[in-house]
Design a protein around this ligand. Structure first.
Ligand code: ATP
Length: 231
């Protein structure tokens, strides 16, 4: 089942067109990686999907919703530079996030405990966030993003700033998350995309220049090489 269908999405900053017509569809419990260099337009695309920014043109259709509906409750979003309150413990931070998302005190505590286990920081739940490693902070950020059980979780460069150990833990967590929700995440590293994603979209200068499964992309690349040899 489709979770979101994006049609001819465009964004201008003043007169400068930075997203030039993007189309894709993301299915339930699948992962799409948006791959591109700095400035390709990844953050702008993800911010439009998260509801933080209005597209200049095009449609973002969530399954079961109509154009113009408020779809933010269907989405969990982890920005590229998330803000944490370093003086809070991980548990306090998630309980607070739960209450902000509308859960009762009791439900927020219950959901917090579930998430601490899911993201693997149960043992550190009473430690201040300021003492967490980069990987632990990202996993806490993912827990916060899914506290309201969204249908789609959007992660903006969740592993780019991490050391190899932190990167591994976050990628493994994304693999587990995929069993429950669709994931859209951005990266500039092909190996990260390949590891957890079913489909890769290559964004260059605001356009999707290539898309498909890793196998399809390899086949295309192979075919292009053969075509060149016979020219
Ligand atoms: P990075 O990996 O560096 O975050 P990105 O792929 O996420 O890059 P965006 O941040 O979406 O790319 O930027 C796309 C283009 O839009 C870039 O040319 C950038 O300079 C420009 N841009 C981004 N935000 C603004 C803004 N608020 N006003 C004007 N131009 C902007």
């Amino acid at each position: 089942m489709s979770v979101v269908h994006v049609k001819n999405l465009k964004k201008n900053y003043q007169k400068h067109e930075v997203i030039k017509g993007i189309d894709f569809e993301l299915m339930d419990k699948k992962c799409i990686a948006l791959l591109g260099a700095n400035g390709a337009g990844k953050t702008t695309t993800l911010q439009m999907l998260s509801g933080l920014m209005k597209p200049t043109n095009g449609e973002i259709l969530f399954s079961g919703s109509r154009e113009g509906d408020d779809f933010r409750h269907l989405i969990g979003y982890l920005p590229q530079h998330p803000v944490f309150y370093d003086w809070m413990t991980g548990r306090e931070f998630l309980e607070y996030a739960g209450k902000l998302s509308g859960l009762s005190k009791k439900d927020s505590k219950k959901r917090t405990q579930e998430l601490l286990e899911l993201v693997g920081i149960e043992e550190a739940k009473n430690r201040r966030i300021g003492k967490y490693s980069g990987g632990m902070k990202q996993r806490l950020g993912i827990a916060q993003a899914i506290i309201h059980r969204p249908k789609l979780v959007i992660l903006d460069e969740p592993v780019s700033a991490l050391d190899p150990f932190g990167r591994r833990e976050v990628l493994e967590l994304m693999g587990r998350l995929k069993k429950e929700t669709a994931i859209l995440f951005s990266t500039h590293i092909l190996n990260d995309a390949e590891e957890v994603c079913d489909e890769i979209l290559f964004l260059h200068n605001g356009r999707l220049v290539e898309s498909g499964t890793m196998e399809q992309l390899r086949d295309k690349h192979q075919q292009a090489k053969i075509d060149l040899e016979f020219k």
